[in-house]
Write a protein that binds this ligand. Structure first.
Ligand SMILES: Nc1ncnc2c1ncn2[C@@H]1O[C@H](COP(=O)(O)OP(=O)(O)OP(=O)(O)O)[C@@H](O)[C@H]1O
Ligand SMILES: [Mg+2]
Length: 585
């Protein structure tokens, strides 16, 4: 910039001095030429009568005319030439007329032939100098008989013009020097504040708003610096507010449990929140600007968003989206009118768990209803049979009442187990973490089920090492686990079977395994036996006494005790259930 100011000053000085120089030289030159011209004209008119008379008197003695012209010419310091109408020079004050060529083509002579005053400035090849010529006619009987031409060299005028140019050239050099000094000082004064402002602007663009531009004279730059500082303060305030707002919005978006994805009118992703990144296992940086179909590969969601973009009306739909597994989302899409550049925001709530719970609830209700309906139907049937007269026979009466008792016992057991399950499934349910001697709990369970073992003639093997330490839990829960596993082994093993209960040390855990050589469980059923009400169906399986809740309770209790449960089974050969519980420390 400084260089520009300097160059501009130089150019201005140069141009203005050149124009002035040219104008002055021109005016002076024009003035002197005009003056010389007027002078020549005056002289011509002054000598014309004398020469006209001389020509008349001495028409035949040209030699005398020549002498007169020479004398006159030297007296008035002017070249005098007399030309006849054929262009022949009849007398010349400075040259011999016989040496001169015809003058009829000279512009001033031609003009004078017409009766006018002819003027011309040109280089005289005979005198080797720039000359001014003025020619006037010499009349005889109102006709042009001769032309009188006066000429003076004008080289002194050219010399004067040259001098003027020289003077202006020197003045220009001096002016340029002064301009150089002044422009250097001024350009520094002008550019310094501008440089300071531009430095501050650069800093602001990097986010440093604290830098202040110093206030310096002159007045204009002071005003500029003040305005700039004020602008920087306002900018800082505005940026601060904007940042605050953005931070708030970002915090809200980040804390949202719902996934949020914003798209532009071409369905290209423009933003997504942390929840969306987590839900779909994607990263915002990698998806920005990409088409939604490319990011989520879900046509239904794409169609829903497109519909909102087209109709400009919000819409809500339940959509299944394949993330790492298939999940169900409740999606609400709203349009955002951004100065006709319509975008849309999709808020997605993962309702997979909710749906699962809903299904579980309805399955549970139908299972419970079904489980209660079966005994109730047989109770009602047998009561009806009794009422129809069966009560009259004592034997029949006992038989039916016994069945009614069995069914009510089954219902009571079912309800008790459901109540127990609902109690241990409550979120606030916690098992006390006490030392439990597992061998003594196994012995207790065996004692409780001894009758059932004996009824079926099973052989029970107990492998209970004595030196094992306690597990962590409470006795009732561990007892419940072992009773359930042992009860199953007894129930699902045909009479005279072999049941082995073994306790083993497994570094941080102690495992209890209950193995039988019973009917076994098919591979595809193994995963489901821990579900509520699940009972394996099949020929030879007498599961009428079971409710299908036992293993659900066991699994829940084991998990509450931070333990593990596993099962190995072969259809027709037997099953081994193994529960590992953490050691007490
Ligand atoms: N040791 C086993 N051998 C073969 N099948 C088994 C064994 N243990 C469980 N099962 C199968 O798993 C199903 C579920 O067992 P679970 O203990 O949950 O219910 P249940 O024994 O039928 O009823 P409940 O235990 O509530 O009286 C059983 O119905 C049975 O088909
Ligand atoms: Mg059972």
């Amino acid at each position: 910039m400084r260089r520009n100011i300097f160059a501009a000053c130089m150019i201005i000085v140069l141009i203005s001095l050149s124009i002035t120089g040219y104008a002055v030289a021109k005016v002076v030159e024009d003035y002197f030429i005009q003056k010389t011209e007027d002078d020549l004209e005056t002289r011509a008119f002054a000598v014309r009568p004398f020469l006209a008379l001389k020509i008349k008197q001495e028409e035949n003695t040209l030699g005398q005319l020549e002498t007169a012209v020479k004398e006159l010419g030297s007296e008035i310091k002017t070249r005098i030439t007399i030309v006849d109408t054929d262009g022949n020079v009849i007398a010349d004050s400075e040259k011999d007329p016989s040496d001169t060529e015809s003058h009829s083509t000279r512009p001033e002579i031609k003009e004078a032939y017409l009766g006018n005053i002819g003027k011309s400035v040109r280089y005289s090849s005979s005198l080797k100098t720039e000359m001014m010529y003025v020619a006037i006619p010499i009349l005889e009987n109102h006709d042009v008989a001769y032309v009188l031409r006066l000429a003076v060299p004008i080289s002194h005028i050219n010399a004067l013009t040259r001098n003027i140019w020289k003077m202006f050239f020197s003045a220009s050099l001096a002016g340029l020097l002064v301009a150089f000094l002044i422009s250097t000082i001024f350009s520094r004064r002008i550019t310094k504040p501008i440089e300071e402002v531009s430095y501050a602007a650069k800093k602001i663009s990097c986010g440093n708003y604290d830098l202040k531009v110093p206030l310096r004279p002159p007045y204009e730059t002071k005003i500029l610096a003040e305005s700039f500082n004020r602008m920087a303060e306002n900018l800082q305030e505005t940026v601060g507010k904007l940042k605050e707002e953005t931070d708030k919005t970002r915090a809200v978006l980040a804390s949202m449990a719902e996934g949020l994805i914003a798209v532009d009118q071409n369905c290209h992703v423009v933003m997504m929140n942390f929840a969306a990144e987590k839900l779909f296992k994607i990263r915002q940086e990698e998806t920005l600007g990409k088409h939604l179909l490319e990011v989520l590969r879900n046509r239904e969601l794409h169609d829903l968003i497109n519909e909102v973009l087209k109709t400009r009306k919000g819409s809500t739909r339940e959509i299944k989206i394949n993330t790492y597994d298939e999940r169900i989302f409740w999606i609400n899409v709203v349009p955002i009118d951004k100065e006709n550049n319509l975008d849309a925001v999709a808020v997605m709530r993962d309702i997979t768990e909710l749906k699962r719970l809903e299904k579980m609830k309805s399955d549970f209700v139908s299972n419970v209803s079904h489980e209660l309906k079966t005994p109730l139907t047989s109770i009602s049937g047998f009561a009806e049979t009794l009422l129809d007269g069966a009560y009259k026979s004592e034997e029949n009466c006992r038989y039916f009442l016994r069945i009614i008792k069995q069914e009510t016992d089954r219902m009571t057991r079912l309800i008790n187990e459901l109540l127990y399950l609902s109690r241990i499934e409550k979120p606030d349910f916690s098992i006390p973490k006490r030392p439990v001697n597992i061998a003594s709990v196994v012995n207790k369970a065996v004692k409780l089920l001894q009758k059932n073992i004996d009824d079926k003639g099973h052989l029970l093997n107990l492998r209970l090492p004595e030196n094992l330490g306690p597990v962590t839990g409470d006795e009732d829960s561990v007892l419940e686990i072992i009773i359930n596993l042992l009860d199953n082994a007894i129930k699902y093993t045909p009479e005279g079977g072999n049941i082995t209960v073994e306790i083993e040390d497994e570094s941080d855990f102690i495992s209890i395994s209950v193995a039988d050589n019973g009917i076994g469980i098919a591979g595809d059923e193994l995963e489901r036996i821990f579900g509520r009400f699940y009972r394996v169906q099949g020929p030879g399986i007498t599961s009428a006494s079971g409710t299908g809740l036992g293993l659900a309770v066991v699994k829940h209790l084991v998990e509450s005790l931070n333990g593990k449960i596993s099962v190995e089974s072969q259809l027709g050969k037997g099953s081994t259930f193994k529960v590992s519980l953490p050691k007490y420390s």
